[in-house]
Design a protein around this ligand. Sequence first.
Ligand code: GLU
Length: 341
Amino acid sequence: MARSRPRRTNPAQRPRVIVLATGGTIAGAQARGPRRGYRSAILPVDALVAAAPGIHSLARLETEQVASIGSQDMGEAVWRAVASRVQRAQANPSIAGVVVTHGTDTMEETAYFLNLVLKGAKPVVLVGAMRPATAISADGPMNLYNAVATAADPRAWGRGVLVVANDEIHYAREVSKTNTTLIGTFRSTQRGLAGLVSAGRIHFYGAPVRRQTRGGTFSLPPRAALPRVDVVYAHAGMGPELIEAAARAGARGIVIAGVGNGNLAAPALAAAAAAAKAGIAVVRSSRTGGGIVERNVEVDDDANGLIAAVELNPQKARILLMLGLTRTRDPMELQRLFYSH
Ligand code: GLU
C-alpha cells in the first residue's frame, strides 16, 4: 500500500488546486428559529474553504462558483459548464488538480458524465456532504479537506473522476448513493473502493478497470443537446403505459430499472420490444442496487432488440446511453459500450 506524501511547508511549493463549486448540502444552511430542515446551495465556495482548518497547508487554492443549485436540478447545462472549466484547468500545466463541490443526490451522475467526456489524466475529485454546513458535526469540512488532498496527489493521476466522502475515495463508475441520510451513504459495491483518505493521508487501492477519460470513446459532445433518455421504474405486474408514454414524449432512449436481473412483466416487455422496433434504444438495468444484468437470461434481448446495462445502475446507464446515442443507434454497438465503459 502506497503511503501518503509529506505536506510542503513552503507555500510556493504547494500544488495549485482549483475548487469549482456547484452547491449542494455541503453549502447548505439550516434556518434559524423553529423551522425544520435546511436549504442546500446557500453558502459561497470561500465559506466552505474557510470552514476547513489547515486546508491551505495542502495546496494553493483558487475558488470559482460555477453554479449554486441542489443537485436534483443538475443537468446538461451545468455538466457542460463544469466539464469545460475542468478541461481548461487540466490543460494548464501549473494546476495540479481540480475539486468540484456538488450535492450528493446526483453526484454519481455528474461524476460518471465527466469520467466519460474528459480526456485529461489530471485528478478531478467530486465532493459533497450529507449534513449542511451549519449542522452539528457537519461532514463537509473534512470531506473538502480530503478532496483537496486527493486532487493534489500525483498518485491520483490517470484514475479518472473520483468521489471523496466519509474518508473513502470512490471511482466515478462504481460509486452510488445508497442511503438518504447516513454520512456513509456512498458505496462502491461492485468493484470496491479506489482508496481511503484519513485527515489528508491517502492509501490508493486497485486501478479502475473500464474505459474512461482519455482511454474512452467519448469527448464533450458539440453544443447540440444530448438526446432525451428516460428512466422507467419496474414493479410487479408492470403495464406498458409508462414505456409507451416515454416513447410518445420523444425519448430516444429508455432505461428500465427492471426487477431482479433487469426483468419486466410481459405487457411491459411487449412495450419495450415495440419501442426498440420503432428505433428507440431500450436498456435493461436493475432496481436491486447490485449485480450484473446479462443479456438473454430470462429476457430474450436478441429477439427483442434490447440492451443489457451489465454493471451500470439505471441512472448511470442513462448517462452512457445519452452519450452513446450521439454516436450510434445500433443496439449491438450500444451493447458493446456497456461491456467496455
Ligand atoms: N438535494 C441536495 C443535493 O443533492 C441535498 C443532498 C446533498 O447534497 O447531500 O444537492
